[in-house]
Write a protein that binds this ligand. Structure first.
Ligand code: TYD
Length: 228
C-alpha cells in the first residue's frame, strides 16, 4: 500500500503518525479499540485523531459510541441521559443498546476486517452502574457474557484524572446530563472501578494521564497504537 498522506504530527494531529503508518500493512488484523474514563476526562478530542491515523493508511475505521451507535441505541441514549430510573433498568438498557450495537455495527465491521473505535463499551457499565451505582459485578458479568460472549476490546485507553479537575473542565462547556451532574463521590467510585479494571487486565488497558497537555497525550497514543 502506498502512503499518500504527508506526515506532520507536530502541526496536525490528523496527519498520519509515522509510527502508526509503519506498523500498519495491507493485511492488518481487525482491531477493537475502546476509549473510557470519567466524564470530562477529554477522551473525545483524541478519538478522531486516532481514527484518522489508521484511516490514512487505507484501513477501514468505524468510529462509534455507547450508549448509541445505532438508531435504536441513540434513542435509548436520549432516555438514559435524561430520565431517572431504577439502577437495574439503567443497566439493562445499557446492555439492550449494546446488543443492537454489537449485532449491527461492531461484529459486522470486525468481520469485514475494519478497525472499530468505540467511545465507551462494557467497562463503562462496570464503572458507572457497578462502581458508581452499586450494581453487583456478577450481574454485569452475566449480562456481558450474554450480550457479547467472546468479544473483548483488543485495547482500552483509559483517560484518568481526578474528578475535581474533570468537573472544572466541564463546568463552563455545556449543559450537563444525568451522569455528569452526579456528585464527586459517585465519580470517584467510577474512577476507582475503572482503575481496578485496568489493574486486573494490564495487557488490555493503557491508563492515560488526562492531566497532561493534549500534544503529549497525542504522542503517547501514537506510540500505543503503533505497537498494536
Ligand atoms: P459519553 O458519550 O462519554 O458522554 P458525552 O458525550 O456527554 O461526553 O457517555 C454518556 C454517559 O453515559 C456517560 O456519563 C457515562 C454513561 N454510561 C454509563 O453510565 N454506562 C455505560 O455502560 C455507558 C456506555 C455509558
Amino acid at each position: 500500500m502506498q502512503a499518500e498522506v504527508e506526515v506532520d504530527v507536530e502541526n496536525d494531529s490528523v496527519a498520519v503518525a509515522p509510527a502508526v503508518a509503519q506498523a500498519m500493512t495491507d493485511g492488518a488484523k481487525p482491531r477493537f479499540i475502546t476509549f473510557e474514563g470519567i466524564d470530562g476526562a477529554g477522551k473525545s478530542t483524541h478519538i478522531e485523531a486516532v481514527a484518522a491515523w489508521v484511516k490514512a493508511r487505507g484501513v477501514e475505521v468505524v468510529v462509534t459510541r455507547e450508549p448509541g451507535g445505532t438508531p435504536m441505541g441513540e434513542s435509548l441514549r436520549e432516555l438514559l441521559l435524561a430520565e431517572a430510573m431504577h439502577l437495574e433498568t439503567e443497566t439493562l438498557l445499557m446492555f439492550a443498546a449494546r446488543r443492537e450495537h454489537v449485532a449491527q455495527v461492531i461484529a459486522p465491521a470486525l468481520a469485514r476486517g475494519a478497525w472499530v473505535i468505540s467511545d465507551r463499551f462494557t467497562d463503562a457499565t462496570f464503572a458507572y452502574q457497578g462502581g458508581g451505582r452499586g450494581v453487583p459485578r456478577e450481574k454485569i458479568e452475566a449480562l456481558a457474557d450474554w450480550v457479547h460472549p467472546g468479544l473483548t476490546p483488543d485495547l482500552t485507553l483509559l483517560f484518568d484524572l481526578p474528578r475535581e479537575v474533570a468537573a472544572g473542565r466541564m463546568a463552563s462547556s455545556r449543559e450537563l446530563d444525568r451522569f455528569e451532574i452526579e456528585l464527586t463521590d459517585f465519580h470517584e467510585r467510577v474512577r476507582a472501578e475503572y482503575l481496578r479494571l485496568a489493574q486486573a487486565e494490564p495487557a488490555r488497558f493503557r491508563v492515560i494521564d488526562a492531566n497532561l497537555a493534549p500534544e503529549l497525550i497525542s504522542k503517547e497514543l501514537e506510540k500505543i497504537i503503533s505497537s498494536l
